[in-house]
Design a protein around this ligand. Sequence first.
Ligand code: DQA
Length: 145
Amino acid sequence: MKKILVLHGPNLNLLGLREPEFYGHLTLEEINAQLSNLAKDLGAELMIFQSNSEGDLVTLIQEHFDSADAILINPAAYTHTSIAIRDAIAASSRPVVEVHLSNIHKREEFRHHSMTAAVCVGQISGFGLHSYLLGLRAAVEAAED
Ligand code: DQA
């Protein structure tokens, strides 16, 4: 069974309450439940974490170098700033898929650049919950058994 590490970055614990015009009304628990349902259909196993801390996200990526077959990550605001997360992704030999609920290219200019996308297989941005669901399909597809 393919094992997928799912990482949610800072402030995503506030989903449901936080700027629903950008991020919708679903809570993180509801998104995780939908991901878990899809994972069952795809025959994948998920390891899901959320952290507000850049260092914790780096450590989680490192700790799963061996145990994850692929990584699905929404680095949230660290997308735009974090060389440390980018380097951790580059150091992992696993395929990584970057997702965003909102279309980052349609928002403020500082969100247009992703530090992390260039070391990922690809980026899915702007489809709300479906960014995550499409991203999970892409991660499972990219993962090696
Ligand atoms: C986000 C977009 C980021 O710019 C923002 O900082 C987030 C969420 C998204 O999912 O749309 O926190 O990654």
